[in-house]
Each structure stands twice: as structure tokens, then as C-alpha cells.
Design a protein around this ligand. Structure first.
Ligand code: 9PG
Length: 739
């Protein structure tokens, strides 16, 4: 380990090579303590170690007479640990490194030694926005850097290490990996040059190093499970029991949204409440006169937003509103009259916080007491005076940007966390807070839900202001592809750190998304289990797209797993396991990332325990009877399309089995139960809405007639023992079939 600091204007390093046990075992936290042996130093350095859990942290106490500044504390210096383990077993290791992006929008993926990480070319207009300021952005082949945590994984031997931190309340942490030879890991806490006054002290968050492995073929466990659990525990993560499904104004109206648009979409959800049981209306960016001037409304919201909030409440729905409390357009009143409330650059002027809303934005200094009061009042007003029980808080990274602050002893992470704590306090425990553009670590324990991806867009590739700009290939910028990518690579955080927000689904056929692309987005959002927000003009959706929205409701809620996040840069499949009213079943989404039609193969190896299988394909209505050792190839999957399968163990001794259908995207949550005797079978269905479509059953003998209560049977047909019933109903229904 090593400390990098500045004293008397000189940069120096203190290597920590020799440690002496201090004997005082801190029983209450089950940890051993050591002190570094440092001749001629003003610093006392203590190490806290919980070796059984792979945790350690460092505390610095300054005994000198002059203030010093701390740049970073290095907690792993050029470590080669995985190689030592792996080489003894198998020399043909194939290393990959998973880079976690700093904040919601930052692209996160695994790369091998032969790859370059996807990097932005827009750092000049968005400096320091996608990675923490202390995290390098290596552009060479085989060199990587990650925020908060990173994973070194040997794909050959299916094992590796996760390293990083359990929280980011003290510092933003960086993991750097060099895979060009023997893999080398570095882990450090960015102290951002904060002042350590005589007598002052500084502590890192808990650093962590855990071994991981991908288990047997038929296992559905997330390899990062233990790390994710420890972080949730350390930060007392908030995971609401249920998450709202709703409508968001942004991806149709963008900044031109008006009060009338919100009213009309609220009305559409009410008119269609039986088909789309939505419970949230979220007003996004576009009501305020300027970003940073939250109490002044533009001409499209002449009455402000309080009246809309009460209309939404009267409709028995949750009223949500967007705010970006840490970022300012320079023309905003607060920014003009209080430049000292902004994070400063070296010349003492408000620091540039990225180009947005046609402006050179500025960022709030959350360590400034008056700025803190302003922040508290802004949030309080929105929740209490205007009546919004749900806030989407955006561009939060701005609170953690580097620069000069009122309190020079606070790191960027401490400043951001202080701001987030003020927000939670001002909003109250009951308010649903969705974080966006937010560094992940400080958000755990504050937010109920978190955007985990770049913005989606009405196009597969990069898209700005109605224009597709494919040549840019920006990893963190708006595009359906970028959004989906992170929804997959961060699927494992769902219901552990918060509810994942996979960003909106755009269903309108006028977008530049093909039907197959919309189906892929629907499949991934549904199977990863997070929030469901639709962002279209609901009055203008054609019937078939309205039906897609119905099919996604209610959201499945529980998380599927993405098993190849460490094995591939672009994950290819989502697996979800659950129960219908009869027994366990699974869902599998296989994704075609290619820009051309191709075939995709379902390999039943993960379902060995099931034996022979039934597959029911949601988007193309196929039913497949699959022997246990057989693979199934689906031909002609469209560009960016998905094969979405319900997988069921083939029941051998029953005269009837539920296989799936089109009533709900899960092909199973609608099934309440099934019974049978010599005369026939009874199928119980339930969804909290109007429903219609096809139900697929395997029947040993062709039924001769049907009876239904709570449902209407439009038609039925049996071919090769597969019965397809076209039905419609509302809430609960029973369908009886007679042999
Ligand atoms: C409102 C939007 C929506 C959206 C948010 C956020 O310049 N940028 O890199 C950039 C990235 C994201 C972004 C805007 C700009 O979108 O994610 O859902 O709320 O703000 O302005």
C-alpha cells in the first residue's frame, strides 16, 4: 500500500511496507488493527483488517504542524494475485476485466487483453462526467480502469476476483487493470487533494477483495452475488416492496412538454386503466424556466405544476417530477447571484460542468452552508408545497465533480454524499426517489430506484435531437443499444441496491426503431424485472402497440440473471426463473446484437435437471417439443431482434399442461392454477386488467367443448396435441375444457 500526498507544495509518497499489530482487536466490528512503521513521519497510519471477509481500510491521523493535502490512498499496489492462483492449476488463462462506469449513464462491460475499452470522444464538452476525476481513461489495448469496483476474471478457468469498495461515502474508489502481461491490479481511494489539518484524520471506505467463480452449467447464480450483498448491507440499501409502472414525458416531448401534454396523457391512462394499470405519471425536464431556477415555470406551464400533481393524485396515481438540483444554467437566478455556491475552478470561477441545454453549466457546491439550505428548500418545496411524492433527480454527478469547495477538507465523494443526504432528509422517508446520472456507490441507501444505463432513444444507435449520428458511436450517450447494454451488465444490482430503472420503452411505430428492436427492449426490460416506464403520446399509439404495453403489465418485478456479463463484452441472454400457479418455469431471452438477420440457438444445458422441455416462443408463437439432449435453432431472427422463450419441464403423466401464450410477456404469471379429471380440465387465469390473446396447452386428447366464466373464448384449434385457445377476459377467469 502507498499514500500519495502533498506537503509544503511538494508531492511525496509514503510506502506502507511494514506493519505492527496494535493488539487491540476491535471486537465489535470483528477486525484486527495494525499500525504502519514509518520513521520520521507526521502521519500515523492505521490498518483495519477483516481478513475472513476480505475487507480492509486505512485511517490517517496527521500529527504534524503544517496542513498537508492527501491525493490518494493506494490499497492494492501492482497486485498479481489471480495469476498466482490460476497458473498453478492451468497456464492457459484467458483474462478479462469488467469495468464499472462511475455513474448511471457510464458504459459498463468486460474486455479481454486483446480489446480496447469503448471510450468517449466527447470529453471536451463533457469533462469528467462519465468517470470519477481520479480514474484514468486508458485507451490502449489491454488497459482498463473502473469506478467503485472491478472484476478480474479468467474465462478459461471460470474464476476470478472482484475488488473495489463497499461504499463511496468517503472517497470515489478506482480499480485499474493491466492485462498486457501477467494481469496487474491497482486499487485506490481518491482523496482529491483534500486538506488534512494538524490533528485531523481521514479514513477510507472498506476496500474488498473477494474470490468469485462461475459455477456449474445448470446454475443461475450471479457470480458477484456476495459483493453485491455486502454493499447493500454496508449502505442499508432501500428496496421498496413494489415499484410503480408509469408514463414519462421525456422521450416523446423532450423539452417541449406542456401542461396540456401531461393532462392528455394522464387522461389516456385513465381512459385505458382497465388495459394499462399504470400508477405513475412522471413529468420530466421541460417545465422549468431554466435549469437551476426550479420555482419559475415557462410559458407551457402557466399554472406551475402543483395543480397537475393534485390532478394525478385525484386519479389515484403517483405524481412524479424531474429535478436536477446540482446543476445550473449560468443564466439561472441562483447561479447569477451566488457564484460562491458553485464548485470553483482554479481561477475562482464556477467550474464548467458540461455543455447542456445550450449552456455551459455550473455545479452546486454541496459543502456550502447556504447552498445546502437552498438545496433543502428546493426539495422540500417540490415534495411538500407542490405535492410530489416521487422525484426523478438527475445530473447528480455534478455534485461530485472536482474543483474548489467551500470546505476544502471534503472529498468529491463526501461532498456528493452530503448533498444526497440533504435531499433524502428534505424529501422525507416516504418519498420515492429515483436517481439518475448518479455515481452508484453514494446512491445506495439513499435512492429507491436508480437509472443504471445511458438514455434510450427513438433509434437503435446514437441519436441527438431527432438526428441519428451513427459515426459517433458514443458509449455513454443516448441510444437504445447503449441503454440495453447496461441494463444487461448491471442487471445483478436490481432489488439488491435499489430498483433498477432500465429507462423507458418507446412503443410508437413512428420511431426509428424496428418492431424487432422494440420487442428486444420489451423482452430485456421485462426479464430484468425493473421499473417499467412508457414514453410515448399514449393517445396516438396504434392498437397493436397498445397491446404490447398491456402485455408488459404488471411488471414481473423479480430479477432475471445475465450469466455472460463476464464472459462476453456484449451479453447475449437473460434467464429468469419463477413460478406459475402450477410449478416452476423459466424465461430465456436470446438477443441478436447483429445488424443482420441470423439464427440463434437455445442450448438446454442449463435445464438439464428439467429433462425434456416445452418451449413457447413469445414473439413468433412457435411451440417446440425439445428432447433433453437437443438444441433448438431459431432461424431468421431479425436484426437486433430477440427470441423470448418460456421453458417448461415436460410433464409426462398429465393429460394437460400449460405451455404459455400471449396474455402476458412472462407466459406464466397469468396462470393461477390447473386441475383435471376424467371429464376434462379447469384452467384458472388471473391478471389485474383486461386481457386477450392466445393460451397454449399440450393436451393428450382433443377437447370436444369449452365453458368459460369471466372470459370469452373466441376460437380454438388443436394440432399435434397443441391446443391454442383465443380468449379474452378481465381479472379472474375459469376455463373448462371437456374431453
Ligand atoms: C432530461 C433528460 C432525461 C433523461 C436523463 C437526462 O448530454 N448528455 O450526455 C446527456 C445525457 C443524458 C441526458 C441528457 C444529456 O438525459 O437521463 O432521462 O431526464 O436528462 O434533460
Amino acid at each position: 500500500m502507498r499514500i500519495i500526498l502533498h506537503s509544503n507544495g511538494n508531492r511525496s509518497q509514503v510506502s506502507l511496507n511494514h506493519w505492527c499489530p496494535t493488539g487491540d482487536r476491535l471486537e465489535e466490528i470483528g477486525c484486527q488493527t495494525f499500525e504502519a512503521l514509518l520513521p520520521e513521519s507526521d502521519l500515523i497510519v492505521r490498518l483495519f483488517l477483516k481478513s475472513e471477509q476480505g475487507l480492509w481500510k486505512v485511517r490517517l491521523e496527521h500529527q504534524g504542524k503544517q496542513p498537508i493535502r492527501i491525493e490518494r490512498v493506494e490499497l492494492l499496489k501492482d497486485a498479481t494475485i489471480l495469476h498466482e492462483v490460476a497458473s498453478s492449476e492451468n497456464d492457459r488463462a484467458d483474462y478479462a476485466f469488467f469495468e464499472n462506469g462511475w455513474q448511471s449513464w457510464s458504459y459498463s462491460a468486460a474486455y479481454t487483453a486483446r480489446q480496447k475499452a469503448r471510450r468517449t470522444n466527447l470529453e471536451w464538452i463533457y469533462p469528467g462526467i462519465w468517470s470519477a476525476s481520479g480514474t484514468p481513461i486508458p485507451r490502449q489495448t489491454g488497459r482498463f480502469a473502473s469506478d467503485f469496483f472491478g472484476v478480474l476474471f479468467d474465462r478459461q478457468n471460470q474464476q476470478g476476483w472482484v475488488t473495489g469498495f463497499l461504499s463511496q461515502r468517503e472517497q470515489f474508489g478506482t480499480v485499474a487493470a493491466d492485462l498486457r502481461g501477467i494481469p496487474i491490479l491497482n486499487l485506490w481511494a481518491n482523496c482529491d487533494g483534500v486538506v488534512l489539518a494538524p490533528g485531523g484524520s481521514l479514513e477510507t471506505d472498506w476496500a474488498v477483495l473477494l474470490e468469485i467463480s462461475t459455477q456449474a452449467d445448470d446454475c443461475f447464480a450471479d457470480p458477484l452475488h456476495e459483493y453485491v450483498r455486502l454493499v447493500a448491507q454496508e449502505n442499508q440499501a432501500r428496496v421498496p416492496a413494489r415499484v410503480p409502472a408509469g408514463w414519462c414525458s421525456w422521450y416523446h416531448y423532450y423539452q417541449n412538454v406542456s401542461e396540456e401534454d401531461v393532462r392528455r396523457n394522464l387522461q389516456a391512462t385513465l381512459n385505458n386503466n382497465q388495459r394499462w394499470p399504470l400508477d405513475l405519471i412522471q413529468i420530466d425536464d421541460g417545465y422549468e424556466i431554466l435549469v437551476g431556477e426550479w420555482d419559475q415555470f415557462n410559458e407551457r406551464f402557466p399554472q406551475g405544476v402543483a395543480d397537475l400533481a393534485s390532478k394525478i393524485k385525484d386519479a389515484n396515481m403517483l405524481a412524479g417530477i424531474w429535478l436536477a438540483p446540482f446543476i445550473f444554467q449560468p443564466q439561472a437566478e441562483t447561479a447569477r447571484s451566488h457564484p460562491d455556491w458553485m464548485i470553483q475552478d482554479r481561477s475562482g470561477r464556477p467550474r464548467f460542468a458540461g455543455f447542456n441545454w445550450n449552456s455551459r453549466t455550473q455545479a452546486l457546491d454541496t459543502t456550502h452552508p447556504e447552498a445546502q439550505e437552498w438545496l433543502h428548500e428546493t426539495i422540500r418545496r417540490t415534495v411538500v408545497d407542490w405535492g410530489f411524492p416521487y422525484l426523478k433527480l438527475d445530473f447528480l454527478y455534478a455534485g461530485g465533480l472536482p474543483g474548489r469547495r467551500h470546505d476544502p477538507t471534503r472529498t468529491n465523494a463526501q461532498a456528493l454524499y452530503a448533498g444526497l443526504e440533504i435531499i433524502r432528509k428534505a424529501a422525507g422517508e416516504e418519498t420515492f426517489l429515483l436517481g439518475c446520472g448518479c455515481p452508484l456507490g453514494p446512491g445506495v441507501g439513499i435512492f429507491d430506484a436508480m437509472r443504471i444505463s445511458a438514455d434510450t432513444a427513438p433509434a437503435w444507435g446514437n441519436h441527438y435531437f431527432g438526428m441519428a449520428i451513427p459515426f459517433l458511436a458514443e458509449p455513454h450517450a443516448p441510444s437504445a443499444e447503449n441503454a440495453l447494454h447496461n441494463v444487461l451488465t448491471r442487471a445483478n444490482l436490481h432489488q439488491k441496491w435499489w430498483w433498477n430503472d432500465p429507462d423507458c420503452i418507446l412503443l410508437r411505430p413512428e420511431s426509428q426503431l424496428s418492431l424487432a428492436e422494440v420487442q428486444t427492449i420489451a423482452s430485456v426490460i421485462a426479464l430484468t424485472g425493473g421499473m417499467l416506464l412508457v414514453s410515448d403520446d399514449l393517445n396516438a399509439l396504434p392498437v397493436d402497440r397498445q397491446e404490447m404495453l398491456s402485455q408488459m403489465l404488471p411488471p414481473i418485478q423479480s430479477a432475471g440473471v445475465v450469466l455472460d456479463t463476464l464472459a462476453k463484452t456484449e451479453p447475449t441472454a437473460v434467464f429468469w426463473q419463477g413460478e406459475d400457479g402450477v410449478g416452476p418455469f423459466a424465461l430465456v431471452a436470446l438477443i441478436n446484437w447483429e445488424k443482420k438477420v441470423r439464427s440463434l440457438t437455445f442450448d438446454p444445458k442449463r435445464f438439464k435437471r428439467y429433462g425434456p422441455l416445452w418451449l413457447s416462443s413469445f414473439w413468433d408463437d412457435q411451440v417446440v417439443d425439445l428432447a433433453s439432449d437437443q438444441k433448438q435453432t431459431f432461424e431468421n431472427v431479425p436484426a437486433h431482434g430477440t427470441v423470448l422463450l418460456a421453458v417448461r419441464k415436460k410433464l409426462m403423466n398429465t393429460p394437460v399442461q400449460y405451455l404459455g401464450g400471449t396474455l402476458h410477456i412472462s407466459q406464466g404469471v397469468e396462470l393461477q392454477g390447473m386441475s383435471f379429471d376424467e371429464s376434462g380440465f379447469t384452467l384458472s387465469l388471473e391478471l389485474p386488467r383486461l386481457w386477450q390473446g392466445e393460451v397454449r396447452l399440450r393436451v393428450a386428447q382433443t377437447p370436444t367443448g369449452f365453458e368459460a366464466t369471466g372470459a370469452t373464448i373466441q376460437s380454438w384449434q388443436t394440432v399435434n396435441q397443441i391446443l391454442r385457445l383465443k380468449v379474452s377476459g378481465e381479472n379472474q377467469a375459469k376455463i373448462i375444457g371437456y374431453w
